[in-house]
Design a protein around this ligand. Structure first.
Ligand SMILES: Cc1cc2nc3c(=O)[nH]c(=O)nc-3n(C[C@H](O)[C@H](O)[C@H](O)COP(=O)(O)OP(=O)(O)OC[C@H]3O[C@@H](n4cnc5c(N)ncnc54)[C@H](O)[C@@H]3O)c2cc1C
Length: 464
């Protein structure tokens, strides 16, 4: 089944512009660069990637990017149009992308929120979308037996200092009350018992977050796609024509032309000339220790497995004790317009990861990092997604703002619905904060974003 071209499709509320004039085709100027350091996939058995694209294809639907967004879009299209030909092209290998490199928190609630009636009301919409996506993932994990340590053990949203506890956690607790969500407010002594550290002044514990191995989850989602979805790995798109009646892409050895295209490349949207003035790429760093010894685990005296997210989103650190007894830390939040970094920066970030773990767990003695890696995501100035129709037959779901396991699972399903013309009220829920707003171009942006992040980091330095 091939989609007829629809020249006069009505615009929808989710329509946004690609911010690029329709010259075509366009060379994709910055490709993902897999540095083969992802700790999560290093813990898994080897996986055979799907073959790369080596043909000229015509399909009904083409999805670029096989992270949570692209895979969810492909599955949703296949469910709604079982006879459609659907292709997914992925630059690298599934699980080595940001979707496989993150901290593994599938969060059901707004990440945090300000103390206002508007934030409470918006939060209700966010919760509807997040629960919809968590439930979808929960079903897929069970249905396909995806072994990814999927575990609903909740999360501790923490403040290191009393000031941030009073400012952020109290208002978060107030909003949880308004939403009727269960939680516990825990202070230092109680946290010492649960987490094995007295580093934190306070935390709000909510029970609905799932913790997981993200590389295992995204691999499992790719390997259980319906049969009419063809996935091509190791197939970077080097040229794209998003604007024609039949959008098309070219890879080193192939080409695909489609009835409709969905771009799901998150931080790499800018390389396609899309959302360049709506979102910025941000670089994060993470590490996993070796499994703790019996003696180290005993000295921790904590719960078996737990996850901590920082109330100070920019300066703070995400932390986990995994089911296989490793500590994971994620720290750093760096404006990274080039989508590249260097060894000196990596070495500094790795040393910082280690130092922050030692500060929290001095009783463990020597802590050794077994894996260190990094990954890019995209954020907007107003924390809203970049989502919608970007050309006549092209759509994009981008700008995860840091919580894409759940939000971009939803975004993928919802962008598919939008492209199919399905009325799904969750699209309005997803866009409750609007879409990503305008950010001035470089070099003004470099100064503005650089200074804002540096200031946030400095102000939040006690929350590291
Ligand atoms: C260190 C770190 C920790 C994080 N922690 C969490 C967390 O705990 N919880 C959470 O919810 N989120 C977390 N995130 C964010 C989360 O990983 C992202 O929101 C999520 O991966 C976005 O999914 P996506 O499918 O939109 O994008 P991606 O996972 O980035 O997938 C986009 C895909 O597009 C592909 N692509 C790009 N360019 C091309 C091209 N030219 N041709 C073909 N394919 C291309 C890429 O290779 C990639 O596979 C974290 C991110 C990082 C980096």
């Amino acid at each position: 089944m091939r989609q007829p071209a629809r020249r006069s499709a009505a615009l929808t509320g989710a329509e946004t512009e690609s911010t690029e004039s329709p010259e075509m085709p366009r060379t994709v100027d910055r490709l993902p660069n897999d540095d083969r350091t992802n700790g999560w996939s290093a813990l898994l058995a080897a996986r055979q990637p799907r073959p790369s694209l080596q043909a000229q294809l015509d399909v009904d639907w083409l999805i670029v990017g096989a992270g949570y967004a692209g895979l969810a879009a492909a599955r949703q299209l296949a469910t709604q149009q079982p006879g459609a030909a659907i292709a997914v092209v992925e630059a690298g290998v599934v699980g080595e992308n940001a979707s496989g490199r993150n901290s593994g928190f599938a969060i059901d609630l707004p990440h945090s929120s300000s103390p206002s009636d508007a934030a409470v009301e918006q939060g209700r919409h966010v919760i509807r979308v997040n629960r919809f996506a968590v439930d979808a993932l929960d079903r897929l994990v069970a249905e396909h037996g995806i072994a990814c340590d999927w575990n609903r053990c909740g999360r501790y949203h923490v403040a290191v200092t009393d000031a941030v506890a009073a400012e952020s956690l109290k208002s978060y607790a107030h909003n949880l009350d308004a939403w009727g969500e269960p939680y516990e407010y825990l202070e230092r002594g109680a946290l010492r018992q649960r987490l094995g550290t007295d580093y934190y002044a306070a935390a709000v514990y909510t029970p609905g977050t799932h913790l997981l191995n993200p590389a295992a989850l995204v691999r499992g989602l790719a390997d259980s796609l319906p049969p009419q979805v063809q996935l091509f790995e190791n197939s970077p798109v080097v040229e794209a024509d998003l604007h024609g009646d039949s959008p098309s892409v070219r890879t080193a050895q192939g080409r695909i032309r489609a009835g409709k295209l969905i771009l799901a490349v998150n931080a790499f949207s800018q390389s396609f000339g899309v959302y360049r003035e709506r979102q910025v790429p941000v670089l994060l760093f993470a590490s996993l220790t070796r499994p703790l010894t019996d003696a180290q685990l005993a000295s921790l005296g904590s719960d078996d497995t737990w996850g901590v997210t920082p109330a100070h989103g920019v300066a703070g650190s995400t932390l986990r004790l995994t089911q296989d007894r490793r500590l994971m830390i994620r720290q750093g939040f760096e404006y990274s317009p080039s989508l590249r970094t260097n060894d000196a920066r990596r070495a500094k970030a790795k040393a910082m990861n280690l130092d922050l773990l030692r500060r929290r767990f001095p009783q463990l003695g020597a802590i050794e990092l077994e894996h260190f890696w990094m990954g890019w995501l995209a954020v907007s100035q107003n924390h809203a997604p970049a989502f919608g129709r970007i050309a006549h037959n092209a759509y994009a779901a981008s700008c995860c703002n840091g919580s894409g396991i759940v939000r971009h699972t939803a975004a993928g399903m919802l962008i598919a619905d939008l492209a199919l013309g399905r009325q799904n009220p969750l699209i309005d829920d997803f866009l409750v904060e609007g879409t990503a707003n305008y950010i001035p171009p470089r070099p003004v942006r470099d100064i503005g974003v650089g200074l804002t992040l540096a200031w946030d980091m400095w102000r939040g330095r006690a929350e590291q």
